[in-house]
Design a protein around this ligand. Structure first.
Ligand SMILES: Nc1ncnc2c1ncn2[C@@H]1O[C@H](COP(=O)(O)OP(=O)(O)OP(=O)(O)O)[C@@H](O)[C@H]1O
Ligand SMILES: [Mg+2]
Length: 373
């Protein structure tokens, strides 16, 4: 495997460790996630880190550049055929040829006992024995570090760290969107991260990944997404059934939800032993562009109160009040005697439920409520 000369790679230590572990026990590992979340780069770094364990070498096939399944099979067979002993094949970007790649993976794994495959895709291959590793957005600190790395000295100095963090949140902490924002920061004459907030571009950059994932969806999945994308927070199967009364029939609704999870358009969560679903941040509370014209999409706010205002828990109200008084997360944590992490989690929930992206918006919302009282 050749080491390419790429800009710095940041974070993802836990994911690399997990890929190493998974490759130790499984012959097919697939990294799934939205476009631009960093699957290809992560696969490359992971492959580099395990290369010494593969005496037969590491081969990378860029499936996303290949339109012809026959040519793809030939390229992959050549790559595998050349190696003796333990060999790692990286199949990068399988989404458009998922079917042929699944068949290829199965036949290569059958014929080459020393072979392991690391695939990346906006959807899984769906092969028996495939181990999935969903790749999510960068954690907040790594997202800011990426922005600072790609736009050095451009308004991401300590003074502006908060603005940088907010900007990264707005970009869904997606590496590709952050790199684009950094490019714009570098190009502006006197750029600060604040400048980018008025820029409609970030909307587009963060939503582009969702739009690309939607292109892979079946009609049922697209219909279901158009309805559940309006949920600003977690929702259950019953909630999905309620907003999807017309399409599709209940048995297929579950299939559609599973299909959406596979394409990273929904995140599956468990809370208190119950399974629920959540729309990734870049899509939360907003119906997708392509379908908003078709018909009005219901915008349920919470499971038992479809018409009322968004409901915060008592604790979230307390946090929102303190934020409106200008307290930082740390100060909120101290005041309520909770950990900073918990305060941050409350804040995340508040932003998601109210479909806001900044503390200023929360403060304005609290101020309006105080006036109404
Ligand atoms: N952890 C990281 N550190 C530094 N750069 C990163 C990181 N993750 C991703 N990037 C950069 O972000 C950009 C998008 O990442 P990448 O191409 O891996 O996304 P992807 O998930 O494979 O997207 P697609 O589904 O469109 O192929 C690339 O320029 C990549 O180098
Ligand atoms: Mg990729």
């Amino acid at each position: 495997m050749e080491r390419r000369d790429l800009p710095a790679f940041l974070g993802r230590r836990a994911e690399i460790a997990q890929i190493r572990r998974l490759l130790g026990r499984s012959r097919l590992v697939t990294l799934t996630g939205l476009s631009g979340v960093g699957k290809s780069r992560l696969a490359e770094e992971a492959a580099w880190s395990v290369r010494k364990a593969f005496s037969g070498g590491v081969q990378v096939v860029d499936v996303s550049r290949e339109a012809d399944p026959v040519a793809l099979a030939r390229t992959a067979a050549q790559a595998v055929g050349a190696g003796e002993g333990r060999l790692l094949l990286v199949l990068d970007g399988v989404e458009r040829l998922a079917g042929p790649c699944a068949a290829l993976a199965e036949s290569l794994l059958r014929s080459a006992p020393g072979l392991r495959i690391l695939a990346t895709g906006r959807r899984s291959l769906g092969v028996v024995g495939e181990h999935l590793l969903p790749v999510g957005p960068l954690p907040p600190a790594d997202a800011v570090a990426l922005l600072a790395n790609r736009a050095p000295g451009r308004g991401v100095a300590d003074l502006n760290r908060k603005a940088a963090a907010r900007l990264c949140e707005r970009l869904g902490r997606m590496p590709s969107a952050i790199e684009l924002a950094a490019r714009r920061l570098r190009a502006a004459p006197e750029p600060t991260t604040e400048d980018l907030f008025d820029d409609p571009f970030h909307e587009t950059a963060a939503r582009g990944a969702l739009d690309r994932a939607l292109e892979l969806c079946s009609p049922d999945e697209t219909h279901v997404w158009a309805r559940v994308a309006a949920f600003p927070g977690p929702f259950g199967l019953a909630d999905a059934e309620r907003v999807c009364v017309d399409v599709p029939p209940p048995a297929e609704l579950l299939d559609a939800l599973i299909g959406l999870i596979d394409k990273s358009l929904l995140i599956r969560e468990e809370s208190g032993g119950e399974v629920c679903f959540r729309v990734p941040r870049a899509g939360a509370g907003r119906p997708p562009r392509a379908h908003s014209r078709d018909r009005p999409v219901p915008c349920p706010r919470r499971t038992d109160d479809l018409d009322g205002p968004p409901v915060l828990t008592r604790r979230e109200h307390e946090v929102a009040e303190l934020v409106a008084d200008g307290l930082s997360n740390r100060e909120v944590a101290e005041k309520l005697v909770i950990s900073k992490r918990t305060a941050e989690a409350h804040m995340e929930h508040i932003l998601a439920k109210l479909n806001f992206s900044s503390r200023t918006q929360v403060a304005a919302w609290v101020a309006r409520r105080r006036e109404d009282r």
